[in-house]
Design a protein around this ligand. Structure first.
Ligand code: F6P
Length: 364
């Protein structure tokens, strides 16, 4: 019997379970393969006793429309930076990657499929460079991975964000208010931009285009006459004014050095008030609502395509590669192509031009 180990790493994302199910269903068509999952990314392998779960037909029944991941995930630590508590109470980290690779061999693992975003795929590449037979599957609501047209989870986040714009419009119109809706996305404005177009926002502020607050206010002013009117601004959490920086808090979570982006919507509301905007300005921060719940059909299909392809890449021995969507095909690309650069919104892209074409202001 051959064994493929599946891990889900980084922030969860709608569609993870659909990928897991597709891997299991495709593997079941081969006579000699078993699928196991490592609980909470690679922590399951590194922990004593080992925490792994057999992923058979029974385990994945009906999970394709469930949010989250049945094998858990973590944004902390990992095999190259395992948190260690020192005797004086402080923390440091250790590289346990060699030990993990030995443990995978001991467990009879012939291949690994690592489903995750940029951080997870960096780990995939580093493990591959240590001769670990690994394949990556791109996951993130942020859509910021290169070398794939889309990551799964992104379209679901856009849908949730768009529904929020739709809901805010009715209350904004009833009260003649301006609403600022803060979307996730880290350094990329994909979610905010797509939701602004789909929802018909007046302005969309993204990290790729620093904004001039005067221009943002000018745009909103056109939406009000004799105090009547309303406006919706979708702002990405990483957005910044010209000459400013994205607002972020240092994370105090052990092993999670990522900065936590937060405060963009509230800062914008304050700036609008300082500019003398007359309308009431309210803010809504969508946060993790964008990551939870059921994946939309598009992401279930993409996730299923990714899962089937990932297992077929195992059969072909295409290690060191990541599954990638290049419309209309799902192909294999070197993991390095995905992690060498971030996929940010391009200023001359069709999406930006479309937004401008329907009068959405970027505050520039
Ligand atoms: O990368 C996905 C994401 O949801 C980002 O959009 C967001 O900035 C971050 O993760 C939040 O991380 P956490 O769940 O660790 O707070």
């Amino acid at each position: 019997m051959k064994r493929v180990l599946v891990a889900t790493g980084g922030g969860d994302c709608p569609g993870l379970n659909a990928v897991i199910r597709a891997i299991v269903k495709r593997a079941a068509q081969e006579p000699d393969w078993e699928v196991i999952g490592s609980i909470q990314s690679f922590d399951g392998i590194l922990k004593e006793p080992t925490e792994i779960k057999v992923l058979d037909d029974e385990a994945v029944k009906g999970i394709h429309y469930q949010g989250g991941t049945i094998i858990g995930t973590t944004t902390k630590g990992g095999p190259f930076a395992w948190p260690i508590k020192n005797t004086d109470g402080t923390w440091s980290s250790a590289d346990r990657s060699d030990e993990m690779i030995r443990k995978l061999q001991y467990l009879g693992v012939d291949a690994v499929i690592n489903i995750g975003g940029d951080g997870s795929q960096r780990i995939s590449q580093a493990l591959y460079e240590k001769s670990c037979p690994i394949i990556g599957v791109p996951k993130t609501i942020d859509n910021d991975l290169m070398a794939t047209d889309f990551t799964f989870g992104y379209q679901t986040a856009v849908q949730i964000c768009t529904e929020a714009v739709d809901k805010l419009k009715t209350t904004a119109a009833s009260h003649n208010r301006v609403f600022v809706l803060e979307a996730m996305g880290r350094d990329a404005g994909w979610i905010a931009l797509s939701a602004a177009i789909a929802g018909g926002a007046e302005a969309c502020l993204i990290p790729e285009i620093p904004y001039d607050i005067k221009k943002v206010k000018e745009k909103l002013d056109t939406r009000f006459m004799n105090g009547k009117g309303f406006g919706i601004i979708v702002i990405a959490e990483g957005a910044m004014p010209i000459g400013g920086r994205a607002l972020a808090e240092e994370s105090d979570e052990l092993g999670n050095e990522n900065l936590k982006l937060s405060g963009a919507a509230n800062r914008l509301a304050e700036e609008l008030k300082l500019e003398g905007i007359e309308a009431d300005v309210r803010t809504t921060v969508l946060g993790h609502l964008q990551r939870g719940g059921i994946p939309i059909a598009y992401d279930r299909v993409l996730a299923t395509q990714f899962g089937v392809k990932a297992f077929e890449m195992v059969l072909e021995g295409k290690f060191g590669h990541m599954v990638s969507y290049h419309h209309p095909n799902v192909v294999a690309v070197p993991i390095t192509d995905a992690i060498n650069q971030q996929n940010l919104v391009k200023l001359d892209s069709s999406l930006v031009q479309t937004a401008r074409g329907v009068g959405i202001s970027f505050g520039d």
